[in-house]
Design a binder for this molecule. Structure first.
Ligand code: SF4
Length: 208
Protein backbone atom coordinates (compact mmCIF):
# COMPACT_ATOMS: atom_id res chain seq x y z
CA UNK A 1 0.00 0.00 0.00
CA UNK A 2 1.13 3.50 -0.78
CA UNK A 3 -0.59 6.78 -1.41
CA UNK A 4 -0.04 6.81 -5.15
CA UNK A 5 -2.43 9.40 -6.46
CA UNK A 6 -0.62 10.29 -9.68
CA UNK A 7 0.96 7.57 -11.77
CA UNK A 8 2.05 6.57 -15.25
CA UNK A 9 2.05 3.21 -16.95
CA UNK A 10 4.72 3.81 -19.56
CA UNK A 11 8.07 5.56 -19.40
CA UNK A 12 9.12 7.90 -16.62
CA UNK A 13 7.96 11.15 -18.18
CA UNK A 14 5.07 10.16 -20.45
CA UNK A 15 2.48 12.19 -22.35
CA UNK A 16 -0.40 10.49 -20.51
CA UNK A 17 -0.63 10.33 -16.74
CA UNK A 18 -3.34 8.96 -14.45
CA UNK A 19 -4.94 10.11 -11.23
CA UNK A 20 -6.10 7.63 -8.60
CA UNK A 21 -8.48 9.64 -6.40
CA UNK A 22 -10.07 6.89 -4.35
CA UNK A 23 -10.39 3.17 -3.69
CA UNK A 24 -14.13 3.49 -3.08
CA UNK A 25 -16.55 2.23 -5.69
CA UNK A 26 -20.28 1.59 -5.94
CA UNK A 27 -19.57 -1.48 -8.07
CA UNK A 28 -17.73 -4.69 -7.41
CA UNK A 29 -17.15 -5.85 -10.97
CA UNK A 30 -16.27 -9.50 -11.52
CA UNK A 31 -13.27 -8.47 -13.62
CA UNK A 32 -12.11 -5.55 -11.47
CA UNK A 33 -8.38 -5.56 -11.90
CA UNK A 34 -7.75 -4.35 -8.35
CA UNK A 35 -9.05 -7.67 -7.00
CA UNK A 36 -7.15 -9.77 -9.49
CA UNK A 37 -3.77 -8.21 -9.96
CA UNK A 38 -1.69 -5.80 -7.90
CA UNK A 39 0.56 -4.01 -8.55
CA UNK A 40 -0.21 -3.09 -12.16
CA UNK A 41 2.88 -2.24 -14.17
CA UNK A 42 4.68 -1.79 -10.89
CA UNK A 43 2.07 0.56 -9.41
CA UNK A 44 0.30 -0.30 -6.19
CA UNK A 45 -2.88 1.76 -6.31
CA UNK A 46 -4.27 0.64 -2.97
CA UNK A 47 -4.30 3.75 -0.80
CA UNK A 48 -3.34 3.84 2.86
CA UNK A 49 -6.31 6.08 3.53
CA UNK A 50 -8.92 8.16 1.72
CA UNK A 51 -7.72 11.50 3.06
CA UNK A 52 -6.18 12.69 -0.19
CA UNK A 53 -5.95 16.46 -0.58
CA UNK A 54 -5.60 18.78 -3.55
CA UNK A 55 -2.15 19.82 -2.30
CA UNK A 56 -0.92 16.22 -2.24
CA UNK A 57 -2.07 15.67 -5.79
CA UNK A 58 -0.42 18.91 -6.87
CA UNK A 59 2.84 17.77 -5.30
CA UNK A 60 2.70 14.37 -7.03
CA UNK A 61 1.92 16.07 -10.36
CA UNK A 62 5.20 17.94 -10.09
CA UNK A 63 7.09 14.70 -10.79
CA UNK A 64 5.84 14.91 -14.37
CA UNK A 65 6.53 17.65 -16.88
CA UNK A 66 5.72 16.26 -20.30
CA UNK A 67 2.09 15.26 -20.01
CA UNK A 68 -0.59 16.34 -22.49
CA UNK A 69 -3.37 14.09 -21.26
CA UNK A 70 -4.63 13.31 -17.75
CA UNK A 71 -6.99 10.43 -17.04
CA UNK A 72 -8.90 10.00 -13.79
CA UNK A 73 -8.64 6.25 -13.45
CA UNK A 74 -7.48 4.08 -10.58
CA UNK A 75 -8.73 1.51 -8.09
CA UNK A 76 -12.04 3.27 -7.51
CA UNK A 77 -14.78 5.48 -8.94
CA UNK A 78 -13.50 9.06 -9.41
CA UNK A 79 -16.90 10.78 -9.23
CA UNK A 80 -17.13 9.71 -5.58
CA UNK A 81 -14.62 12.54 -5.02
CA UNK A 82 -16.36 14.97 -7.36
CA UNK A 83 -15.21 18.21 -5.71
CA UNK A 84 -11.58 17.13 -5.69
CA UNK A 85 -11.86 15.91 -9.28
CA UNK A 86 -13.18 19.32 -10.29
CA UNK A 87 -10.49 21.21 -8.35
CA UNK A 88 -7.70 19.15 -9.92
CA UNK A 89 -9.17 19.47 -13.43
CA UNK A 90 -9.56 23.24 -13.05
CA UNK A 91 -5.98 23.50 -11.85
CA UNK A 92 -4.68 21.43 -14.78
CA UNK A 93 -6.66 23.50 -17.30
CA UNK A 94 -5.45 26.75 -15.73
CA UNK A 95 -1.85 25.58 -16.15
CA UNK A 96 -2.37 24.39 -19.70
CA UNK A 97 -5.64 25.15 -21.49
CA UNK A 98 -4.80 22.62 -24.20
CA UNK A 99 -4.49 19.67 -21.88
CA UNK A 100 -6.90 16.80 -22.50
CA UNK A 101 -8.75 15.48 -19.48
CA UNK A 102 -10.65 12.21 -19.40
CA UNK A 103 -12.68 10.49 -16.73
CA UNK A 104 -12.98 6.72 -16.71
CA UNK A 105 -16.18 6.17 -14.78
CA UNK A 106 -18.77 3.56 -13.92
CA UNK A 107 -21.38 6.11 -15.02
CA UNK A 108 -23.10 6.29 -11.66
CA UNK A 109 -21.91 9.80 -10.83
CA UNK A 110 -25.43 11.26 -10.84
CA UNK A 111 -26.70 8.57 -8.46
CA UNK A 112 -23.64 8.85 -6.23
CA UNK A 113 -23.89 12.63 -5.91
CA UNK A 114 -27.71 12.81 -5.97
CA UNK A 115 -27.62 15.45 -8.70
CA UNK A 116 -26.79 15.84 -12.37
CA UNK A 117 -23.02 16.29 -12.28
CA UNK A 118 -22.51 16.55 -16.03
CA UNK A 119 -22.99 20.34 -16.36
CA UNK A 120 -20.38 20.77 -13.61
CA UNK A 121 -17.77 19.01 -15.75
CA UNK A 122 -18.17 21.32 -18.73
CA UNK A 123 -15.01 23.22 -19.59
CA UNK A 124 -12.84 21.17 -17.24
CA UNK A 125 -13.26 17.66 -18.68
CA UNK A 126 -13.05 16.77 -22.36
CA UNK A 127 -13.74 13.09 -22.57
CA UNK A 128 -15.86 10.65 -20.58
CA UNK A 129 -15.43 6.88 -20.84
CA UNK A 130 -18.29 4.97 -19.24
CA UNK A 131 -18.36 1.27 -18.35
CA UNK A 132 -21.65 0.12 -19.82
CA UNK A 133 -20.74 -3.50 -19.05
CA UNK A 134 -23.99 -5.17 -20.17
CA UNK A 135 -27.02 -5.06 -22.46
CA UNK A 136 -29.69 -5.37 -19.76
CA UNK A 137 -30.28 -4.77 -16.08
CA UNK A 138 -29.95 -8.37 -14.93
CA UNK A 139 -26.63 -8.89 -16.69
CA UNK A 140 -25.42 -5.52 -15.42
CA UNK A 141 -26.16 -6.40 -11.80
CA UNK A 142 -24.39 -9.73 -12.21
CA UNK A 143 -21.26 -8.35 -13.85
CA UNK A 144 -21.01 -5.09 -11.91
CA UNK A 145 -21.87 -6.45 -8.48
CA UNK A 146 -23.86 -3.27 -7.96
CA UNK A 147 -26.48 -3.15 -5.22
CA UNK A 148 -28.52 -0.28 -6.62
CA UNK A 149 -31.36 -1.51 -8.86
CA UNK A 150 -31.52 1.89 -10.57
CA UNK A 151 -27.88 1.88 -11.57
CA UNK A 152 -28.15 0.44 -15.08
CA UNK A 153 -30.77 2.94 -16.26
CA UNK A 154 -28.77 5.72 -14.67
CA UNK A 155 -25.59 4.61 -16.46
CA UNK A 156 -27.37 4.60 -19.83
CA UNK A 157 -28.79 8.04 -19.09
CA UNK A 158 -25.33 9.26 -18.07
CA UNK A 159 -23.93 8.18 -21.45
CA UNK A 160 -26.75 9.98 -23.28
CA UNK A 161 -26.38 13.17 -21.27
CA UNK A 162 -22.64 13.13 -21.68
CA UNK A 163 -23.07 13.07 -25.47
CA UNK A 164 -25.79 15.73 -25.38
CA UNK A 165 -23.55 18.00 -23.35
CA UNK A 166 -20.79 17.81 -25.92
CA UNK A 167 -18.30 15.49 -24.20
CA UNK A 168 -16.37 13.06 -26.32
CA UNK A 169 -18.10 9.95 -24.97
CA UNK A 170 -17.22 6.28 -25.18
CA UNK A 171 -19.15 3.35 -23.72
CA UNK A 172 -17.14 0.23 -22.99
CA UNK A 173 -17.71 -3.46 -22.37
CA UNK A 174 -15.30 -6.20 -21.32
CA UNK A 175 -15.56 -9.49 -23.18
CA UNK A 176 -14.02 -12.89 -22.62
CA UNK A 177 -13.93 -12.86 -18.84
CA UNK A 178 -14.64 -16.39 -17.60
CA UNK A 179 -18.12 -17.53 -18.62
CA UNK A 180 -19.72 -14.09 -18.49
CA UNK A 181 -21.55 -13.66 -21.74
CA UNK A 182 -21.88 -10.07 -22.97
CA UNK A 183 -24.28 -9.29 -25.82
CA UNK A 184 -21.85 -7.06 -27.66
CA UNK A 185 -24.19 -6.30 -30.53
CA UNK A 186 -26.94 -5.08 -28.24
CA UNK A 187 -24.47 -3.05 -26.18
CA UNK A 188 -23.29 -1.44 -29.39
CA UNK A 189 -26.89 -0.65 -30.37
CA UNK A 190 -27.55 0.98 -27.01
CA UNK A 191 -24.37 3.00 -27.37
CA UNK A 192 -25.17 4.09 -30.93
CA UNK A 193 -28.66 5.18 -29.89
CA UNK A 194 -27.06 7.38 -27.26
CA UNK A 195 -24.70 8.78 -29.91
CA UNK A 196 -21.51 7.63 -28.16
CA UNK A 197 -18.49 5.72 -29.43
CA UNK A 198 -18.27 2.07 -28.52
CA UNK A 199 -15.22 0.16 -27.35
CA UNK A 200 -14.80 -3.52 -26.58
CA UNK A 201 -12.02 -4.36 -24.16
CA UNK A 202 -11.04 -7.96 -24.48
CA UNK A 203 -10.05 -9.70 -21.29
CA UNK A 204 -6.51 -11.02 -21.45
CA UNK A 205 -4.72 -13.04 -18.82
CA UNK A 206 -2.78 -9.98 -17.78
CA UNK A 207 -5.86 -7.75 -17.64
CA UNK A 208 -7.60 -5.76 -20.39
S1 SF4 B 1 -16.36 0.19 -11.67
FE1 SF4 B 1 -14.14 0.02 -11.99
S2 SF4 B 1 -13.19 0.30 -9.95
FE2 SF4 B 1 -15.37 -0.12 -9.64
S3 SF4 B 1 -15.45 -2.32 -9.29
FE3 SF4 B 1 -15.83 -1.98 -11.48
S4 SF4 B 1 -13.84 -2.14 -12.48
FE4 SF4 B 1 -13.47 -1.90 -10.26
Amino acid sequence: MSNTYVYSITQDNPETIYINLTNKCTNNCVFCIRNLKNPIKGKDLWLENEDVTFEEIKTQLEKYSNYKEVVFCGYGEPTIKLDLLKDVSKYLKSKNAGIKIRINTNGQGNLINSKNIIPELKGIVDEISVSLNASNNQAYMEISGCKNENAYESVKDFIKQSVENGFETTATVVTGYKNYDVDVEECENITKQAGAKFRVREWLDKGY
